[in-house]
Write a protein that binds this ligand. Structure first.
Ligand SMILES: *Cc1c(COP(=O)(O)O)cnc(C)c1O
Length: 225
């Protein structure tokens, strides 16, 4: 079996992002690649770190806590994003571990995070996940709830930096990206996390500042379970 070459794949994704930036007249420096390393062990993440990638996304607090403290000893300038659903009882661990939490999506979680941020004196950057497809099984606020939720966050002393979405798998993604962009513009939020391996190009066209790319870099994931 030939081994997956994640460094070659990383370079292809980087080239794809540069190409999209140029096609859509975006400053390439305004687009951050979040390399999604969920379900890959440290030894498969290492080569990507050695190739200079520093921003990573993980979905599961426990898994990330098992992997990243060790990797961070050698790469202290890593920026770690939580991109999976966060239970309020994991807020403490999440605040301690992550630099960015992209999945703030309900008042009870906002309260738990505000409490931990005050306690730990450490504030991860926060994105609100919006369920643009209004799918019942998926995390994220309904679009109609965003205004009230941002007010609630402000009243808790939380600074929301931007928005994140995961469009429904069966939909063309662009209308979801356009909707997220419009919601961010309305609230003067600067960060837009949208686009994955299959659709980071249209996400960049529609204003993504962060694209979350996993399988196009690391190859096929084992399923969790
Ligand atoms: C797994 C995951 C990704 C990466 O998906 P790929 O299709 O492998 O690029 C991006 N965002 C979220 C929220 C994910 O859970």
């Amino acid at each position: 079996m030939t081994e997956h070459d994640s460094v070659a794949a990383l370079n292809e994704v980087r080239a794809g992002i540069s190409r999209a930036a140029s096609d859509y007249e975006r400053d390439p420096a305004s687009i951050t690649l979040v390399a999604v390393s969920k379900l890959f062990p440290p030894q498969e993440i290492e080569p990507v770190l050695a190739a200079g990638q520093r921003v990573f996304g993980e979905n599961y607090v426990q898994e990330a806590n098992a992997k990243w403290p060790g990797l961070r000893q050698r790469y202290p300038d890593v920026e770690l994003h939580l991109i999976g659903p966060l239970q309020s009882n994991k807020a403490k661990e999440a605040v301690a571990l992550f630099d960015v939490i992209e999945t703030l999506d309900r008042p009870s979680l906002a309260e738990a995070l505000a409490k931990e941020i005050a306690k730990q004196g450490k504030a991860p950057r926060l994105l609100v996940q919006v369920n643009t497809g209004e799918e019942p099984q998926k995390g994220g606020l309904m679009p109609s709830e965003l205004d009230g939720f941002l007010d609630r966050c402000r009243s808790l002393g939380l600074t929301v930096e931007g928005l994140m979405c995961i469009p429904p798998a069966e939909d063309p993604p662009s209308p979801h990206f356009a909707l997220l962009n419009a919601m961010a513009a309305k609230h003067d939020l600067k960060t837009l996390s949208m686009g994955m391996s299959a659709d980071y190009d249209p996400a960049i066209q529609l204003g993504a500042t962060h694209v979350r790319v996993g399988s196009a870099i690391f190859g096929m994931r084992a399923t969790k379970g």
